[in-house]
Design a protein around this ligand. Structure first.
Ligand code: SF4
Ligand code: FE
Length: 514
């Protein structure tokens, strides 16, 4: 297993092509826009944090080799593994206060593991064996993988093969004896720049015309032809300045997303895990989506823990901590955070084995989890900003605080209770600002798919016919076996009590005869 230092050193050996704000960034490892995200991902390598998240949370025993591995490369074997995943995510997020990115690759490993097994059974292909060899390499080397699902998609009303620009979905453009050449892009890729590998998967269910787009593979992130264009974030100019105005200077506010372009990238056969099997594209999408949606009540409740703590701290710095409405609001934030966590635990506990023998989450509950997170995080942020007050939108800059002329005014008038320096009050307010606004919230809405994608799955798995039957049974329109049995039981009890009553009457009459 790598240590955080070894992970960061390993990135320096990579030749990944990274652009940001119109410039090629050569030393992206130390670049202020990117380094916080690297620091966050590095905590997934800090298995010494095991004692913080509980024994066995951060490492696991490989089912391939029997060796101890970083849990972020593990194939879930049972519901306990899924629960440990959620607990690990919450524990790490409590330390980073931001996305640490490595779960997308972990979920891709798990999704492809099960999907290739079932694809081989149906199609007679050998993808699963190839994938196991790739997985073994990842477990042994402890590399960070980026799971890449979202294509740019162009005109959303058109299938991949019907797009005016055929590159709007990642596709095969050349076939050779030893591999294929692919072209297209993956958008919004969390942690792409600082991953060692990128694992591509299709983004939607596909038909026969889309066979060239039914594609899954893994290549090193610095493979020739791959270009990462790192996205702008709401506070990235503050990151360039450095200092306390960033709010979360060490780990950033969100995952660090990039548009990843594949300009005629060669993929060798041994790294191809789906190539033309369009019937299985939808299944792979659903597997990945369910595993990733499982996570959000873990990592986001961890971020919420930090935000709740920040609000309680700010209230105490401002002298409002004992006000009953503040205590009530902090409690409300806690209730919402624990609700998200409950959801992630529930879909994990209800996990069950699939054909490959790995453990798959309860898909309906995983989708409910993420849909709740897309709402609850906004409510938590709203309450946080309510507690913090207008200060969040008006704090003077660190330069003003440090200015020899006017710094004394900032110090004097930004102070709350006398014992707390203004700088501390500003620091915690900046943290609340970073955690409750801008890019951080969008991630909770659209990461792992937009709310509508969850609703589609929930609708499909709602078993509405069964629920209607429950209602018509109780309303007396139809009858369930339970209703029939209950009615029969009542009839027989009524018969029995009538018999008893008749027998009693008869004996009374006999007694009263002269
Ligand atoms: Fe992991 Fe959460 Fe970031 Fe997704 S949003 S990669 S689950 S930390
Ligand atoms: Fe995400």
């Amino acid at each position: 297993m790598m240590t955080p230092d070894e992970y960061i050193a390993s990135l320096r050996d990579m030749k990944t092509v990274v652009y940001w704000r119109g410039r090629r960034i050569e030393n992206w490892v130390d670049h202020p826009a990117i380094r916080p995200h690297i620091n966050a991902a590095a905590l997934t390598y800090d298995v010494d944090l095991e004692h913080e998240t509980g024994d066995g949370m951060r490492t696991a025993i490989s089912h391939l080799t029997g060796k101890r591995i970083n849990r972020f490369t593990h194939i879930h074997q049972n519901p306990e593994d899924l629960v440990k995943k959620v607990k690990a995510l919450r524990g790490i997020a409590q330390k980073t206060g931001s996305c640490f990115q490595r779960c997308v690759g972990w979920d891709a490993l798990n999704a492809i593991y099960g999907a290739t097994y079932e694809m081989d059974e149906a199609e007679g292909t050998d993808y699963h064996q190839r994938f196991r060899e790739y997985l073994l390499e990842i477990q042994e080397s402890d590399k960070m993988c980026d799971g890449a699902m979202t294509d740019p998609k162009g005109d959303r009303s058109l299938a991949p093969s019907k797009q005016e620009d055929p590159d709007q979905f990642l596709r095969v453009v050349e076939r050779h004896a030893d591999g294929v050449v692919v072209r297209g892009a993956k958008a919004h890729q969390t942690g792409a720049v600082n991953s060692h590998e990128i694992i591509a998967m299709p983004t939607i269910a596909m038909g026969a015309d889309d066979a060239d787009y039914a594609l899954s593979f893994a290549v090193p992130m610095d493979t020739p032809g791959i270009v990462c264009i790192f996205g702008r974030q709401s506070n990235d100019s503050r990151k360039e300045e450095g200092g306390l105005d960033q709010g979360n200077a060490c780990f950033g506010a969100v995952g660090g997303e990039a548009l990843v372009v594949f300009e005629d990238v060669f993929v060798p056969n041994e790294r191809l895990f789906m190539c033309g099997e369009y019937d299985f594209a939808g299944m792979l999408v659903e597997r990945f989506a369910a595993y990733h949606r499982q996570n959000y009540g873990g990592c986001k409740s961890g971020v919420a823990d930090v935000l709740i703590g920040a609000c309680a701290a700010l209230a105490s710095y401002q002298g409002t901590a004992k006000a009953s409405h503040i205590r009530d609001k902090v409690t409300e934030m806690g209730h919402l955070a624990e609700t998200m966590y409950c959801c992630s635990l529930a879909c994990s506990h209800e996990g069950s084995p699939n054909a490959s023998g790995q453990c798959f989450v309860d898909s309906l509950l995983a989708n409910v989890t993420k849909l709740n997170v897309s709402r609850h995080i906004y409510e938590i942020a709203r309450v946080a900003q309510d507690i913090a007050g207008g200060l969040l939108a008006t704090i003077p800059s660190e330069q003003d605080l440090d200015d020899p002329e006017i710094g004394k005014y900032v110090e004097k008038y930004m102070k709350g209770v006398a014992s707390v320096p203004a700088r501390d009050r500003i620091r915690i307010a900046r943290l609340i600002e970073a955690l409750s606004g801008g890019t951080a919230l969008v991630e909770s809405m659209h990461g792992a798919g937009s709310p509508q994608a969850m609703k589609v799955v929930i609708q499909r798995q709602l078993q509405l016919d069964r629920k209607m039957r429950l209602a018509t049974d109780l309303a007396g329109i139809t009858e369930s076996t339970e209703t029939q049995a209950t009615k029969a039981r009542m009839r027989s009890q009524k018969r029995r009590s009538e018999e008893i009553k008749a027998a009693e009457l008869q004996s009374d009459e006999m007694r009263s005869e002269p």
